[in-house]
Write a protein that binds this ligand. Sequence first.
Ligand code: BGC
Length: 511
Amino acid sequence: MAGGFAVSKAGAGHRQFKGKITWYVWICGIIAATSGLMFGYDIGISGGVTAMDDFLVRFFPAVYARKHRAKENNYCKFDDQRLQLFTSSLYLAALAASFVASRVCTRFGRKRTMQAASVFFLIGSGLCAGAVNLVMLIIGRVCLGVGVGFGNQAAPLFLSEIAPAHIRGALNILFQLNVTIGILIASVVNYFASNVHPVGWRYSLGGAAAPAAVLFLGSLVITETPTSLVERGRADAGRATLEKIRGTAEVDDEYEEIRSACEHAAALREEERPYRRLMRPESRPPLVIAIAMQVFQQFTGINAIMFYAPVLFQTMGFESDGSLLSAVVTGGVNVISTIVSIVLVDKVGRRKLLLEACAQMLVAQTAVGGIMLVHVRADNNPSRGWAVSIVVLICVYVSSFAWSWGPLGWLIPSETFPLETRTAGFSFAVSSNMLFTFLIAQAFLSMMCSMRAYIFFFFAVWIVAMGVFVLALLPETKGVSIDEMVDRVWRRHWFWKRCFGDADEAKINNC
Ligand code: BGC
């Protein structure tokens, strides 16, 4: 974007780098963020597909029979481990892949890692769309999972590294915006595909190839990040790229910061491997926060909605079509609210968004639980009015997640690790996300069957814990340049400062 020289408005005392917010930085950001489109498409597609009768008849006939048994308990219609494995296998594969991806990311760069992600994704979508049996279907899901593991590792880091500090939040959230667009597109595809018998599900699953193709082609045009180039010994290319993305040759200060961070990181890596280094006290603050953000993100219960919205709405008595349509509505709310986050994150900061969302989610979850407890019993459907109020409350809940824990779960871990542990540390964020997404995907339908409406209270309790965590342990990182985090953030935090060298040994041990 043409614009005057931008400076980091991080606050008094922060270093300010010269440079414009160029069109090129936006184009690279928009393309890299399509990696989120693949992730989102996957999240959104499986719930709708598992609600399609043609799919159930072909791969899960027992679930199909149970679903149509008139007397089946409302909360237990879809409780089947193998059906849940269809959804969750992807996340297990992504979990394992994220550790490999962290090495690929350091060794071959963020851009190549994203390219590899798109190739795995293309293969996976082909296998799923053409599946003739359950094994082929699951292998396809595993390939998609590897694609997600690679993409989610590389894209948020790429975005945070190319962004000028004062718009890092906004640029990074393009990833999450794509996740939400992917989820929405998937619900729309499911809505139409469910009326195409008997092969609609093949269109739904094959559609995953589209975002992968976009990322693959796009990745041929984007640059590598200056940090990754310098880190891999290509200092001149790194400097040239920095000049290009900042739209000026006056990048000495920023280049110097990147160069010295790379030099420092290389020296530390010589001494100790990144994964070992992550176990040191001074790595603890970003590591604990990265893992906690992701675990909490999943314990908001968001994926109970994202994966199983159509199933959940059928539980409340909506017809198959009506429930897919409601999923489209919640998907739309998710996208629009993420835009709110892009606008606000670098102005109001991370902490305020997270805390406001905790309050809003708490109210919405408790209200949904209360209505379901009274009006949705095992063998009856709620009245239309109550069913619609539940959909509205779910939208209230989704909107607050979308401007807070959704994007910030990815942003904060990508901006808080120093270079020497960045890819290794971020892989813990990705793998925690995948592990807990897997657990929720695998367990939710059984939990709903046994806990019924109380499941919403279960998530509400977690939300209270998240609020306390933010208040006590999450410092504000708005506008601070990545390589200044230690001095500007951790060493000044009431609790985390004890993890750094200038405290005495006993305190370090208490960290
Ligand atoms: C989460 C996903 C979730 C999505 C919803 C992402 O940040 O990691 O698990 O489904 O947001 O928009």
